[in-house]
Design a protein around this ligand. Structure first.
Ligand code: XMP
Ligand code: MG
Length: 178
């Protein structure tokens, strides 16, 4: 697997350190709010799993599955809800847990939807941010790392469903795409 990588952008150690820092900040922010952390499948899963272990407060988790990308490396610009929450969000403090914000369309859409559903607050934590890809104006409340305008894999992020299980973030060799 490591041999498929052109470059490792963020090491496992760097990710784990950052997740613990974010967990401490978020625990302080949400300690009296019984927040609902909403993981966006499938990419947000490793980050969600590590983040909640770094937050020693009362909290709940749930998951949504949305699609904006197929097995391709560019955005289709379309947001489709594949799996909705099992939880009623009215009056709840919702924190979206995402792997990466690129165009921002997915989270802008979900944020609006949750305001419509009368959540008490809707905020976003993302491990990665690709600010160069932004197509809509959107506030991201907490960001782990900024990444360059390249397709990245690992720690939840895939290429054709592979590489989600890598503990680090990397860029694939061009020949892997062919
Ligand atoms: P937006 O709506 O912000 O979409 O454009 C964010 C979603 O797009 C996917 N995405 C990526 N997936 N490597 C990936 O494996 C990338 O470099 C990448 N950039 C965006 C991802 O699913 C994210 O949730
Ligand atoms: Mg995703």
């Amino acid at each position: 697997m490591k041999s498929d990588m052109e470059k490792i952008l963020i090491s496992e150690e760097e990710i784990q350190k950052k997740v613990k820092e974010l967990g401490a900040i978020l625990a302080e922010e949400y300690k009296d709010k019984n927040p609902l952390l909403v993981g966006v499948l499938k990419g947000g899963l490793p980050f969600m799993a590590d983040l909640i272990k770094a937050m020693e407060i009362y909290l709940e988790i749930d998951f949504m599955d949305v699609s904006s990308y197929g097995n391709e490396t560019t955005s289709s610009g379309e947001v489709k809800i594949l799996k909705d929450l099992d939880t009623n969000v009215e009056g709840r403090h919702v924190l979206f847990v995402e792997d990466i914000i690129d165009t921002g369309r997915t989270l802008a859409y979900l944020k609006d939807m949750f305001k419509y559903r009368k959540a008490a607050s809707v905020k976003i934590v993302t491990l990665l941010d690709k600010p160069s890809g932004r197509a809509v104006d959107m506030t991201v409340d907490w960001i782990g790392f900024e990444v360059p305008h390249e397709f990245v894999v690992g720690y939840g992020l895939d290429f054709a469903e592979r590489y989600r299980n890598l503990p680090y973030i990397g860029i694939l060799k061009p020949e892997i795409y062919q």
